[in-house]
Ligand binder design. Structure first.
Ligand code: NAD
Length: 379
């Protein structure tokens, strides 16, 4: 058990076990089975533990609202629309991504184990959260994986050279298993920052780098408010409402990567692109995910893969840092360091974001005593 939450100024330090327990209680009360409530709470808390607050517990109020609005549906099981030996087309039926992603990746892993390679095309999934979760799941089975994700119905990002929203934040993720060690996980939004990072900044959390957004007049800015516009009192910020847009990372190259996610997950995978000409209304929100799986063992004819990976990691890490005393990191390393630190110390949340979570629990009818019991002390 923990000693509850420490509030200091605008920050609340929330023990991760307590956060998970409260998350489980919230999603169970909101209509998810205990197993699904556990998957959601564990994965959202896991994102905060790894430093990706944008895809963590700050989403709890929004997810609960989505259940009420019918955007995401609790307790769904995927449907196989096409079931081939080495690929599958999967319908997520707007279920919670924390469940749907797991089911889909397990289908891909099973086929790759049999055939050496596999592809899954996931349509109509609820929010898949931190995509690194799925690459980690595959890597744990010695499967190399690549995940290309789009967000149908989400227009947040302006293409290179524009101030109009035409794209989602479309993440790209890849995982490489490391024998006897932690996997290499490359996982990022193709926007300069994830939308949730703008939300975190709007709620008083970590500020954004300059130029993360373009405002309605075409000026580059670090201010997240052009994404949300005016938030009504007691309302939840809606990233669809502002006059500005997020920007793609890496100028024309990142904008091109973002475009590719739409082609693969949206068009080829069949989940539908962020927006389509001729459709008068915003398309229904969902994640599409086009994933490749390669069984490392099937390709490792010389039994050299693990040694090659390890030696290259060491080679890269031996590079001279630009800052004296600095460290050169490989993908996934920063998240692991944050995981160790936050597991020990707790999750730092903006007080406003923490209060939103507590109020979500209260609105669902979870009493103060039960909230404190879940968190392990005063909140
Ligand atoms: P980010 O900008 O923090 O980049 C993370 C990646 O960069 C990781 O692979 C990390 O290991 C690596 N990295 C970070 N610092 C490094 C350093 N100093 N040296 C070397 N490598 C380093 O990530 P982001 O763009 O903010 O994305 C955050 C999360 O949002 C991701 O988990 C992504 O999957 C998720 N996301 C999800 C959706 C969705 O629709 N489900 C949409 C967008 C983003």
């Amino acid at each position: 058990m923990t000693n509850g939450v420490k509030r200091e100024g605008s920050q609340a330090l929330v023990p991760s076990a307590g956060m998970e327990a409260l998350g489980r209680a919230i999603f169970a009360k909101a209509g998810c089975s205990p197993e699904e409530a556990d998957r959601i709470a564990r994965r959202l808390t896991g994102a905060n533990l790894r430093g990706h607050d944008s895809h963590g517990v700050i989403r709890i109020p929004r997810y609960v609202q989505w259940i009420g609005d019918g955007v995401q549906v609790p307790n769904q099981t995927v449907t196989l629309l096409l079931d081939q030996p080495s690929f599958a087309i999967v319908d997520g039926r707007y279920g919670f991504g924390q469940s749907i992603g797991e089911q889909t990746v397990d289908i891909g892993i099973a086929r790759a184990k049999k055939r050496g390679v596999a592809v899954t095309a996931l349509r109509n999934s609820g929010h898949l959260g931190r995509i690194g979760d799925w690459a980690e799941r595959a890597a744990a089975q010695n499967i190399v994986s690549i995940h290309m994700v789009n967000v149908r119905g989400s227009l947040l990002v302006a293409p290179y050279g524009s101030l109009s929203r035409r794209m989602g934040t479309s993440p790209f993720c890849a995982g490489i298993p490391v024998a006897g060690g932690e996997p290499i996980i490359l996982d990022f939004a193709t926007s300069l920052v994830a939308e949730g990072k703008a939300l975190v900044a709007l709620k008083g959390g970590k500020p954004l780098p300059h130029g993360s957004l373009v405002d309605g007049d075409g000026n580059l800015t670090a201010d997240p408010s052009p994404l949300y516009g005016t938030v009504p009192p007691n309302g939840y910020p809606d990233a669809n409402n502002g006059p500005g847009a997020l920007r793609a990372f890496g100028d024309h190259k990142g904008s091109g990567m973002n475009f590719l996610m739409e082609m693969m997950a949206g068009a080829l995978g069949g989940s539908g692109t962020a927006g389509a000409i001729g459709e008068p209304k915003r398309r229904r929100f969902c994640n599409g995910m086009f994933s490749f799986y390669v069984d490392a063992a099937a390709f490792d004819t010389e039994n050299a893969f693990a040694a090659e990976v390890k030696s290259y990691v060491d080679f890269v890490k031996s590079a001279t840092p630009t800052t004296p005393g600095g460290e050169v990191l490989v993908p996934g390393e920063k998240e692991r360091a944050t995981l160790a630190e936050r597991t020990a110390k707790g999750l730092p949340l903006a007080v406003e974001a923490w209060d939103d979570i507590l109020n979500t629990a209260r609105k669902l009818g979870i009493g103060e005593a039960d909230i404190e019991a879940a968190v392990g002390g005063p909140v």
